[in-house]
Design a protein around this ligand. Structure first.
Ligand code: 2BA
Length: 104
């Protein structure tokens, strides 16, 4: 079994979770905040059987979109520096081996 930990844009999470659920996947949503932008995003965790991993990852990929954000970089020696573009997302995904899955 695998545990997917996926960091997703707030605007995409409803679509991702709806389609995971349609595909028979259970998921849990946790509020999170990006370290660079310090904006809210969402982390979802999904426990999946090994043979269903690709299907779950494809669903997360399909319903997560990338966005361009502007960030203000720190000024140098008091001079204002222009805002810098960063591309955020689609999803940032970690796949972990899950040793045990228990429900009591
Ligand atoms: P943030 O930390 O707010 O980062 C937003 C975007 O800023 C990132 O988009 C990336 O394009 C850029 N960025 C962040 N840190 C950077 C760095 N040290 N050097 C260069 N560019 C940097 P994404 O890569 O799509 O990440 C979206 C969100 O996913 C991140 O929001 C963070 O919450 C999470 N994330 C990304 N990589 C991670 C990692 N290795 N570990 C934990 N969380 C991660």
């Amino acid at each position: 079994m695998k545990l997917i930990v996926a960091i997703i844009n707030l605007d995409d999470v409803a679509g991702v979770m709806k389609h995971l659920s349609k595909g028979g996947f259970s998921s849990t949503k946790l509020a999170s905040t990006g370290g660079l932008l310090t904006e809210g995003n969402v982390t979802i965790i999904v426990g999946v059987e090994n043979e269903k991993l690709d299907e779950a990852l494809q669903t997360i990929d399909k319903y997560s979109h990338s966005r361009i954000r502007m960030i203000q970089t720190p000024s140098l020696e008091g001079m204002d520096s222009p805002p810098t573009e960063v591309q955020v997302g689609g999803a940032t995904v970690f796949v972990l081996d899950c040793e045990q899955f228990l429900k009591f």
